[in-house]
Design a protein around this ligand. Structure first.
Ligand SMILES: Nc1nc2c(ncn2[C@@H]2O[C@H](COP(=O)(O)OP(=O)(O)OP(=O)(O)O)[C@@H](O)[C@H]2O)c(=O)[nH]1
Ligand SMILES: [Mg+2]
Length: 321
């Protein structure tokens, strides 16, 4: 009796966040959750697998499914990432398509878009096409992101273009980074969650194993610290996780690179680079896990880690797609 009463009052469901690489999907998920649960970098293809963030909004629980960017896949890891992104859409109650508004606008206006802008616009068109096939009866919202970096007239022109396409239930203008428009979007998402009991404890912010989250934190620092020197050739694995007697955490991780020549890049002169990566990662881990962390990083060369089935499965990626 009591249960039924609760069910009528609460809402819970899934919102898939999709879009081209670098659109700001993970930034948006973090903003909606109110905590950093998904890693963010200035580089494309940061997110490699589905990460679930959990946001409470009034009496609604929104499970946000952050997905890898959708792009033209070439290699196995690419295919698995794009597959993971679309499968996030398959189970969702609502879909949010995030678009980098300044970048897309540049391409439409032919205002000297960069190669990356052009590529990103093609990826955005790929998402629009893919959504057309998969929408079903569900609402699809467009989130024009990074409005802190676009002029108003260009934004209005962009909205008009998308309105004419009639592909979206509603268009939102947001800055995931600064927070503009985020709560309005959250309200809309919560209204569209199906009525039902909560899917997670209300205080839980993420559904990702802690070992994996720790590996993601280190991968973010690796990307941030090494910029273009180590493009996607790395993978991080938490090998050992020890709860120490004094309450601290001991975390041992391996950074896999594909080539021998990449190992000294990660280590840096006199081990300086890996030391900095470790310091930054340890800082974030302390924030995320609420405990002092003793972090040990090792670098190993494994030419074919990206062809290793187990490395895919542990992060929930499918290998044979
Ligand atoms: N100016 C501005 N930058 C933003 C905004 N949202 C995200 N960014 C930046 O855009 C870059 C990419 O953000 P991410 O959240 O990693 O993008 P993503 O869509 O998750 O990227 P992938 O995981 O690679 O597909 C980062 O440098 C963010 O700081 C925004 O509202 N305004
Ligand atoms: Mg991401």
């Amino acid at each position: 009796m009591n249960d039924k009463h609760t069910n009528e009052q609460t809402r819970a469901g899934f919102a898939a966040i999709i879009g081209a690489p670098n659109a700001g999907k993970s930034t948006l998920v973090n903003a909606l959750v109110g905590e950093k649960i998904s890693i963010v970098t200035h580089k494309i293809q940061t997110t490699r697998f589905q990460v679930r963030g959990i946001a409470m909004h009034g009496n609604a629980q929104i499970v946000l499914v952050d997905t890898p960017g959708i792009f033209e896949p070439r290699q196995r890891l690419d295919r698995s990432m794009v597959h993971a992104a679309w499968s996030g859409v398959a189970d969702a109650d609502v879909i949010v398509h995030v678009v980098d508004a300044p970048s897309y606008s540049k391409v439409l206006r032919r205002a000297e878009p960069s190669g990356q802008d052009n590529k990103s616009a093609q990826d955005t068109d790929r998402v629009i096409k893919g959504l057309g096939k998969r929408s079903g009866e569900r609402p699809i919202y467009l989130a024009l992101n990074k409005i802190d970096e676009i002029e108003k007239e260009h934004l209005l022109a962009l909205i008009k273009t998308f309105e004419e396409a009639k592909a979206y239930s509603e268009i939102f203008m947001i800055s995931a980074l600064k927070g503009n428009g985020v709560s309005k979007l959250a309200a809309k998402l919560s209204d569209n969650m199906p009525i039902g009991p909560y899917l997670y404890p209300t205080e839980q912010a993420a559904d990702i194993p802690l070992r994996l989250m720790a590996a993601e934190i280190t991968r973010e620092k690796l990307f941030v610290r090494l910029h273009n020197e180590l493009p996607y050739a790395s993978h991080v694995e938490t090998e050992k996780w020890t709860n120490m007697k004094n309450g601290d955490l001991k975390i041992e991780q391996v950074i896999y690179v594909r080539r021998k020549s990449q190992k000294p890049i990660v280590l840096g002169k006199g081990g300086q680079t890996i030391k900095q990566i470790g310091q930054m990662a340890r800082h974030d881990m302390r924030e995320s896990f609420g405990k002092k962390v003793h972090l040990f990083l090792f670098v190993k060369v494994r030419e074919s880690w990206h062809e290793d089935r187990s490395k895919y499965l542990e992060s929930g990626l499918e290998f044979d797609v």
